[in-house]
Design a protein around this ligand. Structure first.
Ligand code: NDP
Length: 289
């Protein structure tokens, strides 16, 4: 009695999702703009829809995983009249605003809309390492929980469709900040001929230990007391940060990935917050009240 599911979009991610649904025993109908990408899945038991209309009619749950929201609109606009009563789970990456607009678009057409942000790369789908953030229709999430759980661990964040993409993008922002630091660190060690593989274990150890700062920053941000539990005060950190930029210059490494934090720290210190922690910088980042 597994729910039949349709998957629109058979790129690297869509194919992984469709395969996970097939493996979990769902009757899985697939559609892709370039039809050839469906062949391997059809050989594994998926049903091929010749048109988007056929694909949408085949299942009560339609999982969408296309390149971006523009491609989702281009794909769904022509079948908008047939979406009434359909549960749409859109796992395409986008911004919070795009998700809200998509939810409104779907509501006008009587579709039940769930937005999703996939926190995994395709090989991680259907493994314990993968999770997906969902927001929007609670009833789609609850009714189709079993199918969604076949893809990854599911986290429902609330009725506002923007919540999943917001937190997805926040997680990726944290990740890219970390990646920036990693690349800069390797460029620095490489400037003296140190092999990346030789430095990597130490970098990994340091990042693992420093990721422990997340909870402390969160407590300071929520209480508004950025001096609470401070170990390394900002005035000291701002001075030390200058060494990072100087060393990059001396070693012939571009400081561009690292540079933006320096002036922010200096501004915060100049504003009289030198005794506090780094977490107070969030006040300088918010450009909207
Ligand atoms: P791919 O580039 O592999 O696939 C893109 C898909 O979008 C293809 O099915 C393509 O069809 C389709 N497409 C593009 N433009 C249009 C259009 N105008 N009309 C109809 N179909 C269109 O990307 P992925 O599968 O990797 O990614 C899909 C989504 O999943 C993206 O939003 C991505 O950000 C997200 N995601 C991907 C992750 C990853 O690691 N791969 C991780 C987390 C999220 P065609 O085959 O005809 O070109």
């Amino acid at each position: 009695s597994n729910t039949p599911v349709t998957v629109l979009g058979l790129g690297d991610m869509g194919r992984a999702l469709a395969r996970a649904l097939l493996k979990a025993g769902h009757r899985t109908t697939v559609w892709n703009r370039t039809a050839a990408k469906a062949e391997a899945l059809v050989a594994e038991g998926a049903l091929r829809a010749e048109t988007v209309a056929e694909a949408v009619a085949a299942s009560p749950l339609v999982v969408v995983c296309l390149l971006d929201y523009d491609s989702v609109r281009q794909t769904l606009d022509p079948v908008a009249g047939a979406l009434s009563g359909t549960a749409v789970a859109n796992l395409t990456s986008g911004t919070p605003r795009q998700a809200r607009e998509m939810a409104a678009w779907a509501a006008e057409r009587g579709a039940d809309y769930l937005d999703g942000g996939i926190m995994a790369v395709p090989p991680m789908i259907a493994t314990p390492a993968a999770f997906v953030l969902y927001s929007g229709s609670r009833s789609v999430f609850e009714t189709h929980r079993a199918a969604l759980d076949a893809l990854a661990q599911s986290h429902y964040l609330g009725e506002d469709a923007a919540l999943a993409p917001l937190q997805d993008i926040a997680l990726l922002s944290g990740m890219y900040g970390m990646f920036s630091g990693i690349l800069h660190a390797f460029a620095l060690t490489g400037s003296e001929g140190i092999k990346a593989a030789d430095f990597a274990p130490m970098l990994q150890r340091w990042l693992n230990s420093m990721s422990g700062a997340v909870a402390g920053f969160a407590a300071q941000i929520d209480s508004g007391d950025h001096a609470q539990g401070v170990v390394s005060n900002l005035a000291m950190q701002a001075a030390a940060y200058h060494h990072l930029l100087e060393a990059a210059e001396e070693q012939g490494v571009s400081p561009e990935l690292l540079a933006p934090l320096g002036p922010l720290m200096a501004r915060r210190v100049a504003d009289g917050h030198g005794h506090e922690d780094l977490s107070g910088l969030v006040h300088l980042l918010r450009t909207r009240a």
